[in-house]
Design a protein around this ligand. Structure first.
Ligand SMILES: [Zn+2]
Length: 269
């Protein structure tokens, strides 16, 4: 239980840019640079407090804003966070799927080459597009070209059900597609059939509470297809870790879930 593990948190967020819950007055007072510095502090403290090797991070604002305020809609803050955290951040780029295909491609290329992003993050529910819609194809074309894994939110929203993951995964078999939250509590029954249909589908554990489902997944598909995540970083990390340690799977399988799977997919070490 207290064994030292190699841990990667495959699902983290920074929040700089969009403040959807703030009043107009509050918004006028918000200085993004101040918020950014606060986020840098939060991440630094968290990595100091917990023995986590890497975190895969995306910003919330490019998912929420349909019209971006800057060229990369706030993804820039992830690149800057990465610079400040001494290589512990795996940057996940959030594309704007409502932009023209050639612009999407150009920006992803820039994200990879100039900013060092290692993967893509999509939130079909918050951004309002079906995961398998043709407007998302340019994103997957680039993911295929640069070997970028794609992490997407999944849940009962009609935009990101497990079956839509299968459809896009079969269209892009070379792209590792990570089902964030494993269908949450609502569509958990779709997860096993989805995993059977597409070999390039992976699962990320945050937001899902069903232990037996994880155990079944490991048994049938191997722990290599499960990535540990928190949707944090936050102080619930020990609880999330305890949940994995408590699984009825082997020690070696726990190691894959907690870090080795993500290291392999994101090509770390
Ligand atoms: Zn997320």
């Amino acid at each position: 239980m207290n064994k030292k593990r190699f841990i990667i948190d495959a699902h983290q967020h920074i929040r700089v840019g969009s403040y959807i819950y703030s009043s107009k007055l509050e918004k006028s007072k918000i200085d993004p640079e101040q918020i950014f510095e606060r986020e840098v502090r939060r991440f630094k403290d968290w990595f100091e407090k917990y023995e986590v090797a890497y975190g895969a991070v995306s910003n919330i604002s490019p998912m929420v804003d349909r019209v971006w305020q800057s060229r990369h809609g706030g993804n820039e803050y992830v690149a800057r966070l990465s610079e400040r955290l001494n290589g512990r951040i795996i940057g996940l780029y959030v594309p704007n799927v409502f932009e023209p295909a050639d612009i999407i491609k150009e920006k992803i290329e820039e994200a990879v080459k100039t900013y060092g992003f290692k993967g893509i993050k999509l939130h079909p529910w918050v951004s309002a597009f079906p995961l398998n819609h043709p407007i998302v194809y340019p994103v997957f074309d680039m993911a295929a070209k640069y070997g970028l894994p794609v992490l997407s939110h999944s849940a009962r929203s009609e935009f990101c059900t497990p079956l839509l993951f299968v459809d896009i995964a079969l269209r892009y078999p070379e792209v590792p597609i990570i089902m964030g939250h494993m269908g949450k509590q609502h569509l958990h029954y779709d997860v096993l059939p989805a995993m059977r249909l597409a070999e390039n589908l992976y699962l990320e554990t945050s937001g899902s509470k069903i232990q037996v489902l994880l155990e079944r997944v490991v048994k049938e598909f191997g722990a290599e297809r499960v990535l540990f995540g928190t949707d944090g970083p936050h102080d619930l990390l020990p609880a999330y870790l305890a949940r994995i340690e408590d699984l009825n799977v082997s020690d070696e399988e726990k190691e894959w879930i907690l870090g080795k799977s993500a290291a392999k997919i994101f090509k770390i070490q």
